[in-house]
Design a protein around this ligand. Structure first.
Ligand SMILES: *[C@@H]1O[C@H](CO)[C@@H](O)[C@H](O)[C@H]1NC(C)=O
Ligand SMILES: *[C@@H]1O[C@H](CO)[C@@H](O)[C@H](O)[C@H]1NC(C)=O
Length: 393
């Protein structure tokens, strides 16, 4: 079935603030009125080749990266250069901050993950981990290849490695890079603030497990834009503690679509708010827009606006699933437990045939609408929502 759907989905009452506070400040040098003519700082170029890296795609270049990072981190306005036309085969690396200000990492060649699983024994969860960085830029024309094939064949529930993680970073820019074939997720931004992610190309096969594109967790003020994301799992996933998340001009597909959650696993309290997704295209994804929460958890997903989303060949355009279950044995129904809140959820303006909204929603919301209506936390207010849906084919 070919669906072309243009829709506006509004959850909750309050308006989303459309700009990420401070976003504009990212990466721009501070201007002082009295020294405008001052020459720009000279950059200290730290070339990975000077630290014994071979870049032949076979030799283990991990130590060269560790040494070069150490140097670059201590240099004012340092640029860690990974030259073009080289492939650096590396195991897990922790790029720790804080560093001197103005550090940039220019990835023009390729970083390729070690296929030797024993290399990951010390920290199973991270391959490239950037931690405690401030005013940091990662960019370049190069690529990051997680060599995921050796991981995908393993059971999908064993601990797997995230290709690129940013943890506790402030004023972070990640741009232009290509990320592919991660062990698990491509890129996660965790417990960070003031982040701009743009012009990424993210690809993994449609059947590669858990290869989410961009995973945002516990992060405030993040703007993700102009990126192409085709993977085997969520295009963008936004989970607990994230607020002021904007995603725009994103192309997704294949994959599982854009999702909020899952929230409230193991009865945890999770909150997600101020999410603004607009001008996105989803093509050939299993889901479109999804909010998923486990039974029994607490918290909320609120102030969410999906606007101008184009869907083509999407199996489940909208899923609001408050009975999410993603484990081998079925989750026990917990009807008595408080259902998670999607605050003031409202629908309006279905134009797909007269008198059919209910039927339509039964098709798009996988867990049927009656269920949703029955929960105290969710109201369906058809006056508030504006929706325009066009179906072709
Ligand atoms: C986060 O990073 C900053 C430096 O940017 C550091 O001072 C702080 O201690 C870090 N916080 C945690 C929880 O690691
Ligand atoms: C629809 O998407 C699926 C993957 O989800 C793909 O296999 C199929 O070829 C697509 N169909 C069309 C008509 O594009």
């Amino acid at each position: 079935m070919l669906l072309r759907i243009l829709l506006i989905v509004l959850l909750a009452t309050s308006l989303f603030s459309t700009s990420c506070q401070g976003k504009k400040k990212i990466g721009k040098p501070k201007k002082h009125g009295n020294n405008v003519k001052k020459k720009p700082h000279t950059n200290a170029i730290i070339d990975i080749q000077d630290f014994g890296a071979k870049g032949d795609g076979l030799s283990d270049d991990t130590q060269a990266f560790i040494k070069a990072w150490d140097k670059a981190c201590k240099a004012e306005n340092g640029v860690l250069l990974i030259p073009r036309h080289k492939i650096y085969y590396i195991g897990p690396i922790k790029f720790h901050g804080p560093c001197k200000k103005g550090l940039r990492m220019m990835i023009n060649g390729e970083l390729r993950a070690s296929k030797d699983l024993s290399d990951y024994n010390e920290d199973r969860r991270h391959w490239l981990l950037f931690q405690n960085m401030e005013n940091f830029v990662v960019e370049g024309v190069g690529s990051i290849d997680g060599n995921g094939h050796v991981w995908w064949i393993r059971s999908c529930k064993v601990d797997k490695t995230i290709a690129m993680t940013f943890y506790n970073c402030t004023n972070l820019i990640v741009r232009n890079l290509e990320l592919k074939n991660p062990q698990k997720m491509h890129l996660t931004i965790t417990k960070s603030k003031l982040v701009e992610v743009s012009r990424l190309k993210i690809t993994a096969p449609a059947d590669s497990p858990n290869t989410d594109g961009i995973h945002v967790s516990g992060t405030k003020n993040i703007d993700i834009h102009h990126s192409y994301i085709g993977t085997g799992d969520d295009c963008i996933s936004i989970v607990s503690g994230s607020t002021n998340v904007r995603a725009r001009y994103i192309h997704c597909g294949p994959g599982h679509g854009i999702s909020i959650g899952s929230l409230g696993k193991n009865k945890e309290e999770d909150t997600v708010s101020n999410i603004y997704v607009h001008d996105a295209t989803l093509r050939g994804t299993t889901n479109g827009l999804r909010i998923k929460s486990w039974q029994g958890g607490r918290g909320y997903a609120k102030d969410i606006l999906f606007q101008d989303i184009d869907m083509v060949n999407v199996t489940n355009p909208i899923i609001i699933d408050q009975f999410y279950c993603d484990q081998d044995k079925p989750c026990k129904e917990q009807r008595a437990a408080p259902v998670r809140r999607c605050e003031t959820l409202a629908l309006d303006g279905f134009r797909w045939g007269r008198g059919r909204p209910k039927k339509y929603w039964r098709e798009v919301i996988r867990y049927d609408m009656e269920q949703l209506q029955l929960t105290e936390d969710v109201t369906l207010d058809r006056k508030v929502w504006r929706k325009w849906i066009r179906v072709e084919g």
